[in-house]
Design a protein around this ligand. Structure first.
Ligand code: 8IG
Length: 277
């Protein structure tokens, strides 16, 4: 059996916030940036956002930072980048998302968010590639996440930790985003466990529940962000219509291709929105 490198987050006796604090110290050492202001986790289609934000001060392979693991999904880049924005603020761009379906536990899924908070960030921008339930959303449409439905049956909170999730996806930040781009639509994101895509019946269930976007990330990260006191802004890049909404079956290759094609558009949008935050 192949051995996996040790990750301190896999030891239940280890405090995940201490690992995040250590990761943040390593980021300071690698980048020379004492504190970051805003952090972004980029999913499919978000790959080119970093270059529109400003000048890259440092780029570190995620695997060199405590608690991170090399990305398991083709098309996800696996680095942490420190970016100096034109106004002097610093953005931490996390291109190394661990998905819940990888089976390494929720601590690893939310570690990047906790690291961002420990690195000083006050705002967390979460982006993902996702399936759309509203049939007028063509592939390549970026939409704001207004709320979520967490269907993973998991939580990043451990023990009797009760956290209010009203306004989790900050109305204040969504207003700023729609000021930058008035054409932005919004919807409720439904996080499924994956890694299979939904059946058409499951998409209809998500729709009946009030969902508009289906995906496999973000909700657990957003909860951890709120726990850490971060204000959250969420974007989904609709790369495909959800199963059964579109007449054609889904393929991961097509989803990645749609994400690639829309990268420049989403990157430019994120650059403008983050500058306005
Ligand atoms: I990209 O249609 C992308 N990610 N669950 N369903 C789910 N995740 C996705 C989809 C989708 N498209």
């Amino acid at each position: 059996m192949a051995t996996t490198p040790e990750n301190p987050l896999d030891d239940p006796a280890v405090d995940p916030f201490e690992v995040a604090a250590r990761a943040a110290e390593q980021l300071v050492a690698a980048s020379g940036v004492a504190a970051h202001d805003v952090a972004l986790t980029l999913g499919s289609g978000g790959g080119r956002a970093a270059e529109s934000l400003g000048e890259t001060v440092a780029e570190v392979p995620a695997a060199e930072i405590a608690g991170f693991s090399a990305s398991g999904v083709a098309g996800h880049s696996g680095t942490l980048r420190s970016i100096r924005m034109p106004d002097g603020r610093h953005a931490l761009v996390i291109g190394a998302r661990t998905h819940f379906y990888e089976g390494h536990g929720v601590r690893r899924v939310v570690h990047s968010v906790r690291t961002a908070a420990a690195a000083g960030a006050r705002t967390m921008v979460l982006t993902n590639g996702a399936g759309g339930i509203k049939d007028h959303w063509t592939p390549g449409t970026p939409v704001l996440i207004s709320d979520h439905i967490n269907l993973t049956a998991a939580s990043p909170l451990e023990g009797a930790t009760f956290i209010d999730l009203t306004d989790l996806y900050s109305a204040r930040l969504r207003t700023i985003a729609t000021t930058v781009d008035p054409s932005l639509d919004e919807g409720v994101y439904v996080q499924f466990r994956g890694p299979h895509y939904e059946t058409p019946a499951e998409v209809q269930m998500a729709k009946a529940m009030g969902g508009h976007i289906v995906g496999m990330s973000t909700a657990l990260e957003a909860i951890a962000a709120r726990q850490a006191g971060l204000e959250v802004l969420g974007f989904s890049l609709i790369t495909n219509l959800a199963a059964g909404i579109s007449p054609t079956p889904l393929s991961h290759a097509e989803v990645l291709a749609a994400g690639k094609e829309a990268e420049a558009v989403l990157g430019a949008l994120l650059g403008r929105v983050v500058s306005a935050l």
